[in-house]
Design a protein around this ligand. Structure first.
Ligand code: 0RA
Length: 644
C-alpha cells in the first residue's frame, strides 16, 4: 500500500498526536495509573465485545491473564472491520486501534457500553500498552496487526483462513505508564460476574495462566437479574419465593428489573445504564420508584388494606427490605452529576414507570398471597418509620435546644476549621484516655466508644437512635438525617465538623470486629461520608522491636524481620520484641508517634470500590443468615491475620 497525499499525512499525524496525548495524560482518559487504571484497560476491551453482544452478534468472551500479566480478550463477535478507510487510506482496523474515539462510529442505533461513562475506546488501551496485538476473524480470513506504544509495526496483514468470526486483543500494559503491572483475578472476577448477570445469555470465561496461579472460572447467567438479586440476598431470608421480574421495551429504551423483598430493613437497589453502574441513580431510578409507590398504594387502598393505618404511607415504606436491580439500555445516554454517575435522559422516567407499573400491578393481582405479605411488611415499615422519625427528631431537636450540645465523652479539638480537624473514634475508654493525652489537641478530637456498638444490619432503624454510641457519633460529627420529597433518607453534611473521621481499634480479632460494626453503621447510615472520602481506618503498628535504647516499630511480619536483623546484627537474642495486641499497651507518646502523628502514621481511606459487592459482603458478614457467613469465613480465613 502506498501511503501518499497530504490528506493522509495530516490525519495520520493527528492520530498519533491523539495517542501521544493519552500517553502524556493517562489519568484524563482512564482515571489513574494505579491498579485501578490497570484494570480499566481490561474493561475498555471487554466493553467492545459486550457491545457486540448487545447488538446480537456475540455469545462468548474469553478473558485470560497471561504468564507475563498481559491480557488476552477473545470474542466471537463480527470482528472489527478491515476494509479500506477512504479518507485515511488505511484499514478500518488500524483506524479503530489508533484514532481516539474512532471505535464507535460505525453503527449508531445499538446500545453502546463503550462511549458511555468510561468508554474511551480501545485505541487508549493501545496507546498505554508497551505491546498490543489484534487479530480479526472475518469473512473467512484472519487479519492481524501489532503495535508498540500505539504505533503500528506494519500495515494490517492477512495471515490465514478461518471458519470462525471474532476479535482477539492481546495487550501488555506499559511499564513506563503504570505504577503496577500485576492483575488481580478477584477484581476481574467480581466485575465479570456483574457483567454476566447484566447480560444474560452471554458466557464469559476468566482464566489465570500465571505460574502457580492457574485457575479458570465460567460466568454465565440464565436468569440474569433474577439471579443477581438472589446472589446479593444470600444473607437475607426472602419474603417471596422468587424475585419479581420485569422486562419491556418502549421508545427504543430497554428496561429490565428484578426485585425481591427480604425480612431485613435496608433498601438495596443498584441501577445500571448500558451495563454501567450509576452510583447517583437518575431518571431510570426515579421512574422505578414512582411506579413502586403508585402501584402499591393503589393496590393497598383499593383493597382497604391501609384503612386502619393512622399515619400516611411514604414511598420509602415500599422499599424497606427490598433488593432490586434496575437496568436500562438507552441508545444515547446523558450522564450528569458530580461523578457523572447519574442518568439525565428525561424520557426514561415515563418509560420505566409505565413498564414497571403495569408489570407490578399484574403481579399483585395474580399473586394475592404474596401481595398480602408485602403489604403487611409495608405497614410494619410505615409504623417503624414513624417511630424512627420520632426518635430521630428527639435526638436532633435536643441538639438544637441545647445549642448543639456536644457529647460529654467527646474531647474536642480547639480548631473550628472542619477541613483541618480530625475525629478519632476509639475503642474503649482506656485507649480513649491514652489517645486524649497523646493527640495534638489543636486539630484532633477523640470520641471513645464503649465496647461493641450496635449491629445496625440487624436492628430496626428507631433502635439505632436510642443507642448512646450512635447518638454521640451524630452529634459529635454535626450531621443529621433529612428526608427528601420521596421520603428518602439523606445525610446533611453541610455542618460536618471534621473532614477526617478515623476509626482506631485494637489490632486483634475483637478490634477488627468492632471496626466492621462501625463500618457497617457508616455504610448504611452515613454512606455520604464514605463517598466524599472522609472515613479512614488507623493502622497501629503490630510490633515494637527494642535493643537497648533503640526502638523501632513494625507494621507487618516482613518489617519485623528486617528490623530484628538490622538491630540485632546477628545477635538476635539481644533484641526484645513486643507484640501489640491492643492500643492500651502503648503509652500516649507511642500512640502519637505511630498512629496519630500525620507525618508518621498510616491511614487507610475507606472507599466503595464496587457497590454490588460491598452490599453483598455486608449482608453476608453482618446479616441474619449464618450459613453464608460461615462459607465466607471458611473461604477467606487464610487472608486474615489470626492472632497466635
Ligand atoms: C466497529 C464496528 C463493528 C464492530 C466493531 C467495531 C468491533 C470492535 C471490537 C472490539 C473487540 N471486539 C470487537 N468486535 C467488534 C461492526 C462490524 C460490522 O458491521 O460488521
Amino acid at each position: 500500500m502506498t501511503q501518499k497525499g497530504s490528506d493522509y499525512s495530516a490525519s495520520s499525524i493527528q492520530a498519533l498526536e491523539g495517542l501521544e496525548a493519552v500517553r502524556r495524560r493517562p489519568g484524563m482518559y482512564i482515571g489513574s495509573t494505579d491498579v485501578k487504571g490497570l484494570h480499566h484497560l481490561v474493561w475498555e476491551v471487554i466493553d467492545n465485545s459486550i457491545d457486540e453482544h448487545l447488538a446480537g452478534h456475540c455469545s462468548h468472551i474469553l478473558v485470560s491473564i497471561l504468564q507475563d500479566n498481559s491480557i488476552r480478550v477473545e470474542d466471537n463477535g463480527r470482528g472489527i472491520p478491515v476494509d479500506m478507510h477512504e479518507k485515511l487510506q488505511k484499514s478500518a482496523l488500524e483506524v479503530v486501534m489508533t484514532v481516539l474515539h474512532a471505535g464507535g462510529k460505525f453503527d449508531k442505533d445499538s446500545y453502546k457500553v463503550s462511549g458511555g461513562l468510561h468508554g474511551v475506546g480501545v485505541s487508549c488501551v493501545n496507546a498505554l500498552s508497551a505491546y498490543l496485538r489484534v487479530e480479526v476473524r472475518r469473512e473467512g480470513k484472519v487479519y492481524m496487526q501489532e503495535y508498540e506504544r500505539g504505533k503500528p509495526r506494519e500495515n494490517v496483514r492477512e495471515i490465514g483462513e478461518t471458519a470462525s468470526r471474532g476479535t482477539t486483543v492481546i495487550f501488555r500494559p506499559d511499564e513506563e505508564i503504570f505504577e503496577t503491572l500485576v492483575y488481580s483475578f478477584e477484581t476481574l472476577a467480581q466485575r465479570i460476574r456483574e457483567l454476566s448477570f447484566l447480560n444474560n445469555g452471554l458466557t464469559i470465561y476468566l482464566k489465570d495462566e500465571r505460574e502457580g496461579q492457574q485457575r479458570e472460572e465460567k460466568f454465565f447467567s440464565e436468569g440474569g437479574l433474577r439471579e443477581f438479586v438472589k446472589f446479593l440476598d444470600q444473607g437475607r431470608p426472602p419474603l417471596t419465593e422468587n424475585p419479581i421480574y420485569v422486562t419491556g421495551k418502549e421508545e427504543n429504551i430497554e428496561v429490565e428489573i428484578a426485585m425481591q423483598y427480604n425480612t431485613g430493613f435496608q433498601e438495596n437497589v443498584l441501577s445500571y445504564v448500558n451495563n454501567i453502574y450509576t452510583r447517583e441513580g437518575g431518571t431510570h431510578l426515579s421512574g422505578y420508584r414512582r411506579a413502586l409507590a403508585r402501584v402499591f398504594k393503589q393496590y393497598g387502598d383499593s383493597n382497604g388494606f391501609f384503612s386502619k393505618l393512622k399515619m400516611e404511607i411514604s414511598g420509602e415504606d415500599f422499599r424497606e427490605g427490598l433488593t432490586a436491580i434496575v437496568s436500562v439500555k438507552v441508545p444515547e445516554p446523558q450522564f450528569k452529576g458530580q461523578t457523572k454517575g447519574e442518568l439525565g435522559n428525561s424520557e426514561v422516567v415515563g418509560v420505566v414507570s409505565r413498564i414497571v407499573g403495569d408489570a407490578l400491578m399484574a403481579f399483585l393481582e395474580q399473586n394475592p398471597k404474596e401481595a398480602r405479605r408485602i403489604i403487611d411488611k409495608v405497614i410494619l415499615a410505615a409504623t417503624a418509620r414513624h417511630a424512627a422519625r420520632k426518635a430521630r427528631e428527639m435526638v436532633q431537636r435536643k441538639n438544637v435546644l441545647t445549642g448543639g450540645g456536644l457529647p460529654g465523652k467527646l474531647a474536642d479539638c480547639s480548631s473550628r476549621s472542619a477541613e483541618e480537624s480530625e475525629l478519632f473514634l476509639v475503642e474503649g475508654d482506656s485507649a480513649g484516655g491514652t489517645a486524649k493525652q497523646g493527640r495534638n489537641r489543636n486539630y484532633q478530637a477523640i470520641l471513645p466508644l464503649r465496647g461493641k456498638i450496635l449491629n445496625v444490619e440487624k436492628a430496626l432503624e428507631y433502635k439505632i437512635y436510642e443507642n448512646e454510641e450512635i447518638k454521640n457519633m451524630f452529634t459529635a460529627l454535626g450531621v443529621h438525617i433529612i428526608e427528601d420529597e420521596d421520603g428518602q433518607r439523606k445525610l446533611n453534611i453541610d455542618k460536618l465538623r471534621y473532614h477526617k473521621v478515623v476509626i482506631m481499634c485494637d489490632a486483634d480479632v475483637d478490634g477488627s470486629h468492632i471496626t466492621t460494626l462501625i463500618l457497617t453503621f457508616f455504610y448504611r447510615y452515613m454512606v455520604e461520608l464514605i463517598q466524599n472520602g472522609h472515613l479512614y481506618i488507623a493502622r497501629p503498628p503490630l510490633y515494637l522491636v527494642k535493643k537497648g535504647k533503640e526502638a523501632k516499630y513494625a507494621w507487618n511480619e516482613k518489617e519485623r524481620i528486617a528490623i530484628v536483623e538490622e538491630l540485632g546484627k546477628g545477635k538476635e537474642d539481644s533484641v526484645h520484641i513486643q507484640r501489640y495486641k491492643g492500643l492500651g499497651e502503648m503509652n500516649a507518646e507511642q500512640l502519637w508517634e505511630t498512629t496519630m502523628d500525620p507525618s508518621r502514621r498510616i491511614l487507610s481511606r475507606v472507599d466503595i470500590e464496587d457497590a454490588s459487592n460491598a452490599s453483598y459482603y455486608f449482608s453476608i458478614l453482618m446479616g441474619e443468615d449464618v450459613p453464608p457467613r460461615r462459607d465466607f469465613i471458611e473461604k477467606h480465613a487464610v487472608y486474615a491475620n489470626i492472632d497466635i
